[in-house]
Design a protein around this ligand. Structure first.
Ligand SMILES: Nc1nc2c(ncn2[C@@H]2O[C@H](COP(=O)(O)OP(=O)(O)OP(=O)(O)O)[C@@H](O)[C@H]2O)c(=O)[nH]1
Ligand SMILES: [Mg+2]
Length: 391
């Protein structure tokens, strides 16, 4: 499957940059093209300069809203982010449409941080515009939820996240949820943390996108996972994860492989990789709430056996009994069993529900303040109004 990835705002731009690196890796180590274009769109010129892999050209790093923001961002006001995206949407879409591999694209993936201004406001607006023009291609959103500490320092955080999530959900074919807080490593500096999180975000897409693009017979599985399976799986709130378990060959004292033992251990390893994919899902959710699931097993060809695929399917069916489950296998040469897992059409995600509740409470408090039910004046403000002014 081939994607056009569009990163909006700083967070989105950095994730799109990560996808550009993923494509470079697919090309150099597998000879495959999985990203037909990676673009960064921002109101902030400095953020665009900070990218590493997306080519430093005006038609891949796209500056918008220059007249309104003078290239300095929208300062977390996501309504302004939405407004400038709407004004400059033709410029964005025309630039992307003229890119070299546009016609080969199966779907669009738009990425943004929900708590900021530019990406949070622009993602749903640009999604809507792309959907109107390209009705036959799915448009997915990847929305990053903020770290917990961001909520306590800024009321805007909750409001931006809630409005971004609702708007994305209304227009996108599916919304991948990624919770930054799930990936915090306390001993890392902030940029190291973000860089690692971005790598973890993009990683599950690697095998999933490559599997259906393979041309070499030795990498074509018994059941190929292609774009159709992925498109059929992705609906509404979605989470994804990736797990790995090293393989090893057991040999007896005469140097012969103990096949029966290998078979058992490979199945166990597959289940272990699956468990690790589940525990590393991009947002906390209850698999019982998912209506669609997909898993892809990548392992050395001789280690992918019927039992492995069957056991994994049974494991997922057990935890997500209502889900339609699709699967695929991807024979690779390296010595590990890797599992990519998607849970989609989630009917509930606690974190999303909490953002909506918190935003409703926040808005009713703001309304009360505006109506004077709650006094907003504190400290000096209370006394200053009775002092005569010389002006
Ligand atoms: N995972 C991840 N999160 C990021 C990254 N950069 C920023 N964020 C998160 O994204 C949110 C802020 O969004 P930004 O992308 O910085 O904001 P913006 O879209 O550029 O909007 P303005 O700067 O207000 O114009 C916060 O919740 C950050 O924690 C990143 O590289 N990776
Ligand atoms: Mg910014």
């Amino acid at each position: 499957m081939k994607l056009i990835v569009i990163g909006l705002g700083q967070c989105g731009g950095r994730i799109a940059d990560e996808f550009a690196r993923l494509n470079a890796k697919a090309r150099s180590s597998r000879g495959l093209n999985i990203i037909t274009g990676a673009f960064a769109v921002n109101t902030d010129i400095a953020d665009l300069h900070g990218l590493r892999t997306i080519k430093p050209r005006y038609d891949t790093r796209i500056l918008i809203g220059n007249k309104k923001t003078q290239g300095h961002g929208v300062g977390k006001i996501n309504e302004l982010g939405a407004e400038v995206a709407r004004e400059d949407s033709d410029k964005i879409i025309e630039t992307i449409r003229s890119s070299k591999y546009f016609q080969d694209t199966d779907a669009f993936l738009l990425c943004a941080g929900a708590a900021g201004g530019t990406g949070s406001g622009a993602i749903s607006v640009i999604t809507q515009q792309i959907k109107e023009r390209y009705v036959d291609k799915p448009v997915y959103n990847l929305v990053v939820l903020p770290f917990e500490h961001e909520e306590s320092t800024e009321d805007r955080t909750v409001y931006n996240v809630a409005t971004c999530l609702k708007s994305s959900y209304l227009v996108a074919d599916a919304v991948f949820l990624v919770d930054n807080q799930r990936y915090v490593m306390k001993d890392r500096h902030i940029m190291g943390n973000l860089h690692r999180i971005n790598t973890v975000i993009a990683q599950p897409f690697y095998d999933m996108l490559c599997a259906g693009e393979e041309k070499k017979a030795r990498h074509i599985g018994a059941k190929i996972l292609d774009a159709g399976d992925i498109i059929q799986t992705l609906v509404g709130w979605t989470t994804l994860g990736y797990g790995r378990s090293q393989t090893s060959i057991f040999k007896n004292s005469f140097g012969r492989n103990l096949h029966f033992l290998n078979k058992a251990t490979e199945t166990q390893k597959g289940i272990r990789a699956l468990d690790s994919a589940i525990s590393g899902l991009s947002v906390k959710c209850n698999p019982l709430d998912s209506k669609r699931a997909l898993y892809l097993v990548s392992a050395p060809a001789k280690e992918i056996n019927v039992d492995l695929i069957k056991e994994m399917g049974a494991h997922i069916k057990n935890m997500a009994p209502e889900a339609i489950i699709r699967s695929g296998d991807y024979p690779r040469e390296k010595g590990s069993v890797d599992v990519t897992l998607i849970l989609s059409e989630l009917s509930d995600v606690e974190k999303v529900r909490n953002y909506f509740t918190k935003a409703i409470n926040l808005m009713s408090e703001l309304k009360k303040r505006q109506e004077g039910v709650i006094s907003t004046q504190r400290g000096i403000d209370i006394t200053i109004k009775d002092i005569p002014s010389l002006l």
